[in-house]
Design a protein around this ligand. Sequence first.
Ligand code: GTP
Ligand code: MG
Length: 415
Amino acid sequence: MSDVISALETLELAIGRGAGIVDDADLKSARTVAEQVRDRRGFLGDTLVIALAGGTGSGKSSLLNAIAGRRIAETGVLRPTTERALAWIPADPEPGVVALLDRLEIEGRFEQHSLRGVAIIDLPDHDSIVLQHQQIVDRLLPEVDAVVWVFDPQKYRDPLIHDDYISRLLEYQDQFLFVLNQVDLVGQQDLADIRADLLASLREDGVSEPRLFELAADPPGVAPINIEPFRHFLGEQLDAKAVTTGKLLGDIRRAGRQLRVAAGLDRGAGVGFEDRWPSVRSSAVEAMVDGVGFDDAVCRISDFVTALSVETGGRFGIRVRNEYDNARIEEELRTAIDNSGFQPVARVERGKLSTALHLLWFGPDQRAPTESVTALASGIESRFGHGLFQLLWDRGVFAATLAEVEIEARLAERR
Ligand SMILES: Nc1nc2c(ncn2[C@@H]2O[C@H](COP(=O)(O)OP(=O)(O)OP(=O)(O)O)[C@@H](O)[C@H]2O)c(=O)[nH]1
Ligand SMILES: [Mg+2]
């Protein structure tokens, strides 16, 4: 558990360092995840909260009834049957479970004595018949410890579930179980084909080791088939603590990854500032010394700021541009010139006649004295180089902290 806490604290540190680098909305959603992880620590290893999910009519409610051994959830042929999530929870539930259900606004709660330490939530369907259901499902999934995806022999390839849910939620794949329900409806040979096909599509989704149970929760006229092994697995073999820890680490990694993407850091943090800036600085100084002038020097710094802004992108890119807009560049450059004692050289016109006149007037060696040039260069360094470096440094520290989140969470997952 201390591993989870230390990865969580690093995530919180990253969130603190992300101000001004990613949008507030992105920081807010990462903060919400961090708070949820903190809330959930409270009952780690005690109650395992499992959600039943899947297409409408696959038999989620029937599965819950079969596990419970009594009819607690509405089932039916009219779709969707389950309008609101409901929960089957241990009698005398621990406060953490009650708080979680309160937070999820699940009002239907049925107490059970038969499966110690397990709470099962029956979710509304995933299909888009009623949009609101999908929103409920989206909100619930990240909050539970394990998800049982229920398929039936007809719709087990439903792209909505494979593409929009399973492959989008791969960080949680250790917490996924898969059920092929309604096996009473197919013969042995068909069942073997469907099993192979379903496992292949789950692997295509990115699930590396899908755990699949085949059963019939509500075969007409006969008792449920293969429910007992599944019940036994939920009650005895699913290691609640490992599952929950894995889930929390998955949440932390996911939040870290979203921050990385939001900051444009998934393409890497480096912009090669230290390699590029010295030549920009020299070209600004040269522009002044060669008499091309102030405007050209402003342009060279401004072009570089624009390049940095575009390359870093997003909120940070806008910040770079805003902090170093042209008005500020002009002002800082003017101050650097004033403080250096450097005398700007008259602007050289590039036509032959004017160059000749310029040479006649100023002579061929009309260059600013070296000392003031050096002072100008160091003025530009301190007025632009330091500030830009500091901005990029903060972004680099943020990137390193996010990398640390990923490393800590991965190491903890292996323990
Ligand atoms: N033959 C057969 N029918 C089943 C089985 N399990 C469920 N059914 C039937 O399938 C229909 C749908 O089952 P539900 O449990 O309501 O499905 P659900 O996934 O909860 O559906 P929604 O609440 O709409 O999302 C019902 O008529 C069930 O009786 C099974 O194992 N075999
Ligand atoms: Mg249902």
